[in-house]
Write a protein that binds this ligand. Structure first.
Ligand SMILES: *Cc1c(COP(=O)(O)O)cnc(C)c1O
Length: 302
């Protein structure tokens, strides 16, 4: 059995001098504490998909990810706990013969089988466009296919539970989260009460593309569009997985000041963006910002 998540997750009020000067209140929604093996937004997105897999009698999950994918590890751990088998299609065929990094080792230790494909094949497979997609499914038999990053309509509905756990949201509230695939932002926006807004911080270069993805998630999950969200593109730090010195320094200082461990590739960029937007006067004084802490720092440095 998969142990239940610790919900609702903690809502933590922080006192931050920089933000206080700008008239901004900061709270953290500690989704990083939701579950020991399926942490943060990975729980929110996977839980409804796992329920569907079991209800539909699936015995195998198949998903996609990079060499350090948190989503891949989370699927491996969840499948093992539920007695399902799992396949991870991993980007980078050169990894097949190399010693496993800590992340892939963890996935394999949970019983996940890994299949390594070239970057170009991977691109085509995740979009379902590659001719090898049919062969892949044939090879692994009947399975529930979860997209890269775990974002689909059910995942968006799972993430919509995040704002539902926060009482009293209204006009002065901004819920803020990192944007990788945009599934979490789409869910948060869809789950907000009227008046409150969602702000996503892109962690990769994706202006235009990410907005279209979020709109598509809304159509798939809720059959409509939402006008209460936007994506900030100024803090991707050079691209996905890149952690510039400025982000690192900010994270170290934030950890020291608030005694909260800060994941670097997503959460640190998001917190820094909130600080910079507040300091630049781009958040109206009186705004209450709730940053959703979507995950934990890596267990060891890669
Ligand atoms: C996977 C992940 C994200 C990305 O969420 P999306 O729904 O893909 O936008 C954000 N934060 C952390 C910590 C993650 O592990």
């Amino acid at each position: 059995m998969l142990s239940p998540a610790a919900l609702p997750t903690l809502l933590q009020v922080l006192t931050d001098p920089v933000l206080a000067r700008a008239g901004i209140e900061l709270r953290l929604k500690r989704d990083d504490l939701a579950h020991p093996t399926v942490p943060g937004n990975k729980w929110r997105k996977l839980a409804p998909n796992l329920a569907r897999a079991l209800a539909d009698g699936h015995t195998r999950l198949l998903t996609f990810g990079g060499a350090y994918s948190t989503h891949v590890r989370a699927v491996a751990a969840a499948a093992q706990a539920l007695g399902l088998s799992a396949v991870g299609v991993i980007r980078g065929e050169e990894l097949a013969a190399a010693p496993r990094n800590w992340s892939l080792r963890a996935a394999e230790a949970s019983g996940m089988e890994l299949e390594f494909v070239s970057r170009s094949t991977y691109r085509g497979l995740v979009t379902g466009e590659h001719q090898g997609y049919g062969e892949l499914l044939e090879r692994w038999g009947r399975c529930l296919v979860l997209p890269e990053g775990g974002s689909n309509a059910l995942a968006v509905r799972g993430a919509a539970q995040i704002p539902a756990e926060i009482p009293g949201l209204g006009e002065r509230d901004v819920l803020c989260c990192p944007v990788g695939t945009g599934g979490t932002l789409a869910g948060i926006a869809a789950g907000l009460p009227v008046g409150a807004r969602a702000l996503g911080v892109a962690v990769l270069r994706g202006e235009g593309y990410l907005e279209r993805e979020v709109m598509q998630f809304h159509k798939d999950s809720h059959g409509r569009e939402f006008g209460n969200w936007r994506i900030h593109h100024g803090h991707h730090g050079g691209g996905y997985g890149k952690v510039p010195a400025e982000v690192e320094e900010f994270a170290v200082e934030f950890e020291r000041r608030h005694r909260v461990a800060v994941e670097r590739r997503y959460v640190a960029k998001t917190l820094l963006a909130v600080h910079d937007l507040a300091a630049a006067g781009e958040l109206v004084p009186g705004t209450r910002v709730t940053v959703v802490v979507t995950g934990l720092p890596d267990p060891v440095s890669p």
